[in-house]
Design a protein around this ligand. Structure first.
Ligand code: PRP
Length: 175
């Protein structure tokens, strides 16, 4: 059966929320500078919109790539970093990890653990979406856009089999 796209969050709602998150970061990091670390690939659109609304100095933007986990890694709660960062880029920096969605929590927990070992001055997580129904690993979300229900989410950077990333709003993909 053909899959249907059901809109959950409009472009306008996303824009308002991205603005709100940028303001929260500006408030918390006034007179400091930020290193933003996006998790590829899903965060690329959110990160691009977010940076254009932040007034705080952004000292650097970096990306991390992480393997999609298979059945075996789900049980261990670990994923593998396939493109990381040199320690010197992270050490002593105020780091914000920018993610599109926290689902099981495995991806963000793995990235946060990885970066913590590189001695940042501070380390926080900003995610546009949170899907708490599927959480396997507790993750502290410091800056949150929306909480979404337990359905397959696509759009605004998030894919299904690499499709739908370019959609400007956020949709549930339903049978
Ligand atoms: C998706 C999404 C998050 C992660 C969240 O990435 O973009 O990074 O899954 O899931 P988790 O909380 O269960 O770990 P995906 O592995 O599909 O790769 P992509 O970003 O390249 O699409």
């Amino acid at each position: 059966m053909k899959k249907q796209l059901v809109q959950l969050i409009s472009q306008e709602e996303i824009a308002v929320t991205v603005n709100r998150l940028a303001k929260e970061l500006d408030r918390d990091y006034e007179n400091r500078s930020l290193l933003l670390v996006g998790i590829l690939k899903g965060s690329f659109i959110f990160l691009a919109d977010l940076v254009r609304k932040i007034n705080t100095t952004i000292c650097n933007i970096e990306f991390i790539s992480i393997s999609s986990y298979g059945a075996s890694t789900v049980t261990s709660g670990q994923a593998t970093i396939i493109m990381g960062l040199p320690k010197e880029k992270v050490m002593g920096q105020d780091v914000i990890v920018v993610e599109d969605i926290v689902d099981t929590g495995i991806t963000t927990a793995t990235v946060l653990n990885y970066l913590k070992n590189y001695d940042p001055a501070s380390l926080r997580l900003c995610t546009l979406l949170n899907k708490p129904a599927r959480r396997q690993i507790p993750v502290t979300i410091d800056y949150l856009g929306f909480t979404v229900p337990d359905c397959f989410i696509v759009g605004y950077g998030i894919d299904f089999n690499q499709e739908y990333r370019q959609l400007p709003a956020i949709y549930a993909l339903e049978e």
